[in-house]
Design a protein around this ligand. Structure first.
Ligand code: AKG
Length: 319
């Protein structure tokens, strides 16, 4: 088992995670207008590990991604994309129609075949905000697309999303693709839980703070540990009930979960992107020619392991 210790997390934290972060001084030095109240949002991030922007996501891109998702669900056998269901990862082509409709199915990195998804990941407000969080261009590590609620128990992301070379340089955005119904199993999060004094460090075995294929502890043990931490530190959950057009951005160490679905007829279409900084982006996840999307100061590079001539979803020629 390889061992990644908490030191690796602590020494790779971005400037804004430090107790000494001078947000006001940093903002005073900026000459460009971010288009939103940068000091207020960076302060919120520092204190709570989560920010919400309302009505900043292009609805035309959302509609184009929804069309791509419907197309993919109908023609899943024609595409080379991985999806996860109940902890098992396999190609979408191997899913039955019934499985594809189940809660907890997530398409992995649809942005590699959907231009609409790639452009949503690089939504201007999100890319600008994260450029200040990292003090570096944000780069897309992966994306997840949900059709129904995930019901995923409490977790934080870096033990799972850990290919970045600077472990703590991790953030995510959650874009609703429709207005989110309270009974559909919305996302919940624990503001302030990104502080290690709240989250602590869960050990997956041998002092490692990330999950390995041979870890002897399970995601459910991780969830129980985190629920214990938020209970002991009096850190209550908030449920996110956004409208289409809103976006939530969370810190890579923020505790969050998919709540229980109360009405199984309801969809909960949503799109998650995980980002790291330019310096933290793993070089082997990028083609030598640097192909991919570059927008709003961020990057979504083509993965080198995918065929350059792979089949793409319809938004390729529309957005
Ligand atoms: O959307 C959800 O229900 C959970 C998403 C999530 O936890 C993640 O992508 O890390």
């Amino acid at each position: 088992m390889s061992v990644i210790t908490r030191q690796e997390y602590e020494t790779s934290r971005p400037w804004i995670d430090l107790d000494s972060a001078d947000v006001r001084g940093y903002v005073a030095d900026q000459s460009e207008d971010a288009g939103f109240d940068l000091e207020c949002k960076l302060t919120e991030w520092h204190e709570r590990g989560i920010v919400i922007f309302e009505r900043v996501v292009d609805p035309a891109l959302i509609d184009a991604l929804l069309d791509d998702v419907e197309y993919l669900r109908k023609h899943h056998r024609d595409f080379d994309l991985v999806a996860e269901y109940r902890g098992i990862r396999k190609s979408v082509g191997e899913f039955t129609g019934q499985e594809l409709d189940s809660s907890g199915v997530k398409f992995e990195s649809i942005h590699a075949i959907s231009r609409a998804a790639g452009r949503l990941s690089l939504t201007g407000t999100v890319a600008t905000f994260l450029r200040h969080v990292f003090r570096s261009p944000p780069c897309v590590l992966q994306s997840l697309t949900f059709y129904r609620g995930s019901q995923q128990p409490a977790h934080i992301d870096y033990p799972y999303v850990r290919c970045q070379t600077r472990l703590a340089q991790l953030a995510a955005s959650w874009i609703p693709l429709e207005d989110i119904h309270p009974d559909s199993g919305p996302l919940a999060y624990y503001p302030g839980s990104h502080h290690p004094r709240v989250s602590g460090y869960f050990e997956w075995g041998n002092g490692s703070v990330v999950m390995e294929p041979d870890s002897n502890r399970t995601p459910m043990q991780f969830a129980e540990y985190l629920w214990g931490r938020v209970r002991d530190t009096n850190t209550p959950a908030k449920v996110f009930l956004p409208k289409k057009g809103d976006v939530l951005v969370w810190h890579g160490n923020l505790i969050h979960e998919g709540t229980a679905i109360k009405d199984v007829q309801l969809t909960r279409k949503s799109y998650v992107t995980h980002y790291t900084s330019l310096e933290g982006y793993p070089p082997v996840h990028r083609r030598p020619d640097g192909s991919g999307l570059a927008e709003n100061g961020g990057h979504a590079w083509d993965y080198p392991w995918l065929d350059a001539n792979r089949r793409r979803l319809p938004s390729q020629s529309r957005v």
